[in-house]
Design a protein around this ligand. Structure first.
Ligand code: NAD
Ligand code: 6OD
Length: 484
């Protein structure tokens, strides 16, 4: 049985308390995760603090970023191991993890290493009151020990999206992976040692949130800043923990994202785009589209086409040829999603396709499968139109005017992203300006350039990461004023 150990000060650490890791395709136990308690969290934070003023703090930006390039190359060299670990943990399609999750796991280190090496700092000259001169300049220093609390939907991608910039800026990290997906964070410890990242720079503590490693870490006084990706409610709890000591937080939280399809859009591309944004990763993407608004002239045709394509998605395990939909992450999450499916039906939805559990072969019968589901006919107040389901489903409603589409899309507490489909540039830019989100995709979805700002508005997050925006969080900007 695989043992998922904590990684503290460059060493793998077992604890006396373990919990099962199950694979979502069969629900079989595939490993034991060693839960960190207070002693392990204390040791991880202490190791990170020592490393901060030790070799990691001394080597300088060129050597540091060279090491991060080596780290990325080493991830790529062990690509198949990372891929296998991610597939076993999540059950997502091989094609998705091999094209998105693992390549981004390496790219996140290279991109931020290059950005940090090349970013200019500000400097100003001034005339002083006595007629002399002064110059001032900005000096960026690491913020310190960063706690990185991660979700399960894109484990390696989202973890490295945080530790890439954190380490590039000279910080050290203690990572708390999701209890559902311990594998790639653990494997990364081996790679850190192999490329010579100093001990204590990267630490991993396994466990749950409340009363476990997550809470112990985020409440730890030795942590200087907390970056978190996950549910909005969890963000609220972590924000309360961060208040002690007034420690900065960066939050990427939940969403209830709208897709807006105008009648002048390229129909086939719009259907394909919404199919992807609603069903990729079995709907377990914070950027996913669970509310679709379609202009009335093409509404019926769009619903029929999207539903047909959703129903045709091949459901199965990662290596099934042509698979389009994997399982949900856990039995608990399956129960939550099916609860929403039942509520939608009870609230009067027209279930255009799906709404239940697919028939699966006997060997997969205990996996966390649900059908891709399309609803119409619900009021905007219905549960599945308001709440983030985080499953393979969407509700489609018609609209008549641009103003109506914008009002519908904005009528939510969340504000992560939107995807707009139109053939008219003017429409595209007007909607992008009016929509209350951090990210707006036009005729596309999840198109990423890591130099750009990423984050959510309203209840979908706090702060922006990506490109130089990450530096705002992972460094302190000190102003030095020199009287000449
Ligand atoms: P979650 O909030 O349940 O858990 C995320 C992490 O927080 C886990 O590691 C968990 O153990 C930990 N945690 C839970 N309670 C804690 C506490 N009180 N203190 C400290 N740590 C705690 O989220 P999830 O179910 O893993 O992920 C799904 C959610 O994440 C969805 O809401 C999704 O929208 C969101 N998400 C957002 C983004 C984004 O970029 N905005 C990206 C991915 C996922
Ligand atoms: O692409 C990224 O950098 C990113 N943070 C994606 C988030 C996806 C949410 O599920």
């Amino acid at each position: 049985m695989k043992q998922f150990l904590n990684f503290i000060n460059g060493e793998f650490v077992a604890t006396g308390k373990t919990f099962d890791k199950r694979t979502p395709t069969t629900n079989a136990v595939i490993g034991a995760v060693h839960e960190a308690g207070r002693p392990e969290v204390d040791a991880a934070v202490a190791a990170a603090r020592t490393a901060l003023s030790g070799p990691w703090g001394q080597i300088g930006v060129v050597k540091r970023t060279d090491l991060l390039h080596k780290l990325a190359d080493a991830i790529n060299a062990r690509f198949d191991e990372f891929l296998a670990a991610e597939l076993a943990d999540t059950g997502k399609p091989h094609s998705l993890a091999s094209h998105v999750d693992i390549p981004r796991g390496a790219a996140n280190f290279k991109v931020f290493a290059d950005i940090v090496k090349n970013v200019p700092t500000e400097s100003f000259e001034m005339v002083t009151p006595d007629g002399g001169k002064a110059i001032s300049y900005g000096l960026r220093t690491p913020v310190g020990v960063v706690a990185v609390v991660c979700p399960w939907n894109l484990p390696l991608l989202l973890m490295t999206w945080k530790i890439g910039p954190a380490l590039a800026c000279g910080n050290t990290v203690v990572v708390k992976p999701s209890e559902e997906t311990p594998a790639t964070a653990t494997l990364l410890g081996e790679v850190m040692n192999a490329v010579g990242i100093p001990k204590g720079v990267y630490n991993v503590v396994h466990g749950f949130g409340p009363d476990s490693a997550g809470e112990l870490l985020t409440r730890h006084p030795g942590v200087n800043a907390i970056t978190f990706t996950g549910e909005t409610r969890t963000g609220e709890a972590i924000m309360a923990a961060a208040a002690k000591g007034v420690r900065p937080v960066s939050f990427e939280l939940g969403g209830k994202n709208a897709g807006i399809v105008f009648a002048d859009a390229d129909f086939d591309k719009a259907v394909a785009g919404i199919l992807r944004s609603s069903f990729e990763n079995c709907g377990q993407v914070c950027l996913g589209t669970e509310r679709v608004y379609v202009q009335r002239a093409i509404f019926n045709r769009f619903v029929a086409s999207l539903a047909a394509k959703a129903a045709a998605l091949k459901i199965g395990p990662p290596d099934l040829p042509g698979v389009g939909l994997g399982p949900l992450i856990s039995a608990e999450h399956k129960a939550k999603v099916l609860g929403y499916y039942a509520r939608a039906a009870a609230e009067g939805a027209t279930v255009v396709t799906g709404g239940g559990v697919p028939a699966m072969p006997a060997e997969l019968a205990d996996g966390h499968w649900v059908q891709p589901t399309v609803w119409t006919g619900l009021p905007e107040s219905a549960s599945v139109v308001r709440d983030e389901v985080f499953g393979p489903c969407c509700h489609i409603a018609p609209f008549d005017t641009e103003a109506e589409a914008i009002a519908l899309a904005n009528a939510t507490d969340y504000g992560l992203c939107t995807t707009v489909w139109t053939g008219d540039l003017g429409t595209a830019h007007r909607v992008a300006a009016a929509i209350e989100v951090g990210l707006c995709w036009i005729n596309s979805w999840f198109l990423r350039d890591l130099r750009t700002a990423f984050g959510g508005a309203k209840a979908s997050g706090l702060g922006r990461e990506g490109g130089v925006h990450s530096l705002e969080f992972y460094t302190e900007l000190r102003n030095v004023m020199v009287k000449l």
